[in-house]
Design a protein around this ligand. Structure first.
Ligand SMILES: Cc1cc2nc3c(=O)[nH]c(=O)nc-3n(C[C@H](O)[C@H](O)[C@H](O)COP(=O)(O)OP(=O)(O)OC[C@H]3O[C@@H](n4cnc5c(N)ncnc54)[C@H](O)[C@@H]3O)c2cc1C
Length: 380
């Protein structure tokens, strides 16, 4: 068992960190304030192949292994979590399922522009009445000749405001619970697809999350991903990989928080000494530092299982629930270490705290992750 990153993985971390500190960190405050997405930065990331992390070179991707992909997402999120969310969702729940379940023709048409960063991808599963319970989704896809007609409302679509390609989950057999839904690759310019206003989020504000609605949107049958009825299988498999992306995001935010807290604790003096000399502050740092390392190992272990083609459902749920809770606890401790300044925008720690929270919610809440883990422990 190898617990250390390979030479190549260490090089990838160094190069992503260099780019992220130079280009992503300085943009984070403004993106958080205005909610504006930075296309100029996205173009640079496309050239660095950050939009095709695990996609083979023949489709324009970087062909990285899963651990390397997690490292890229962690490092981007450490500098700018909203961009980390964009890259994570685009790669793990939009491009990757097209690679895994798409026909060769779909890979050429949709995966290549995704992997090259020419189009940004989304994953549209959640609806007003279908959150944790995905089988309750109401969007319908009714076949008419060689087309499907899609109607319904998707909400909380990450990258929604900037996407070119959308994976839409819709019921092809409304009477059949679970089994009766399918996935469609729908281009943003297709008539009948409308995007709603950008959500006014608590954190991750630099990501244009918005609703996507379908009004008699006609989609050719060649845009069906996999076969009819594959929706639940594709959703579950995709979310398994997606959880690793969220876990890596959370880890990046937790690491940013620890780094900022260490710096602040060394600089801030009270009672004639740096606050880093106080046992209470050291306890915070020790606890967070230890849990970050544990989270990292859980993530890499799940990535390794994925890489080897093994089942990693339980392990990815464990990595996600653990890393996202570390991120929330690490950023809360970080605000505490910064004292009153931590509650202002003078330091980035308050943004880290806001950004971290959603990691416990999206792509399956912590409660849902625990259900997945318990099911696996109880029933194998
Ligand atoms: C910023 C952001 C971005 C998002 N991006 C996307 C995206 O790109 N694509 C997408 O499809 N979705 C996206 N989502 C939606 C997200 O995945 C859902 O919000 C999440 O799955 C929870 O669903 P819900 O909000 O409907 O909560 P609900 O399912 O209503 O849950 C409410 C509460 O009840 C708990 N709960 C529910 N069922 C159970 C149960 N059986 N046992 C115990 N507790 C339970 C939950 O854990 C939670 O605490 C995003 C959400 C946000 C906030």
């Amino acid at each position: 068992m190898h617990l250390e990153p390979t030479m190549k993985q260490a090089v990838i971390r160094r190069s992503v960190r260099k780019f992220a500190e130079k280009r992503l960190a300085p943009a984070a405050v403004e993106m958080d304030r205005t909610g504006d997405f930075r296309w100029d930065i996205a173009e640079e990331m496309a050239r660095l192949q950050y939009f095709g992390l695990e996609i083979p070179a023949r489709y324009g991707g970087a062909g990285l292994d899963s651990v390397s992909a997690a490292i890229v997402i962690e490092e981007i999120s450490r500098a700018n979590a909203a961009v980390g969310l964009c890259v994570s969702v685009h790669n793990s729940v939009s491009a990757y399922p097209v690679y895994l379940f798409g026909s060769e023709e779909q890979r050429q048409r949709f995966l290549t522009p995704l992997a090259q960063g020419k189009k940004i991808g989304t994953f549209c599963l959640t609806e007003p009445n279908a959150g944790s319970d995905v089988s309750a989704l109401e969007t319908s896809a009714i076949r008419e000749g060689e087309e499907y007609i899609l109607n319904g409302n998707k909400i909380f679509v990450t990258n929604g405001g900037i996407s070119g390609i959308n994976l839409i989950f819709a019921k092809t057999k409304p009477a059949e619970k679970g089994k009766g839904f399918s996935v469609f690759i729908v281009e943003s310019e297709r008539e009948g697809l409308e995007k709603g206003p950008i959500e006014d989020l608590m954190g991750m504000r630099g990501n244009p999350v918005c609703p996507v609605s379908l009004r008699d949107c006609r989609v050719p049958s060649e845009n069906l991903l996999g076969v009819e009825g594959d929706g639940l299988k594709i959703a579950l498999s995709t979310l398994c990989g997606g959880r690793l992306g969220i876990a890596a995001q959370a880890l990046g935010i937790a690491q940013a928080s620890l780094d900022a807290s260490i710096k602040y604790a060394k600089e801030r003096h009270q009672f004639g000494k740096a606050i880093s000399e106080f046992g209470a502050i050291q306890d915070f740092l020790a606890e967070v530092g230890t849990r970050i390392e544990a989270g990292r190992l859980l993530i890499y272990r799940a990535c390794d299982l994925k890489e080897k083609g093994n089942n990693y459902t339980k392990e990815s749920a464990m990595a996600k629930v653990y890393a996202s809770e570390v991120a929330v606890d690490a950023t809360r401790a970080g605000v505490q270490i910064h004292g009153g300044y931590g509650y202002t925008k003078a330091y980035p720690i308050e943004r880290f705290y806001r950004d971290a929270k959603v990691c416990e919610i999206y792509e399956g809440t912590s409660e849902v992750q625990r259900m997945v883990i318990a099911r696996s422990l109880l029933h194998g």
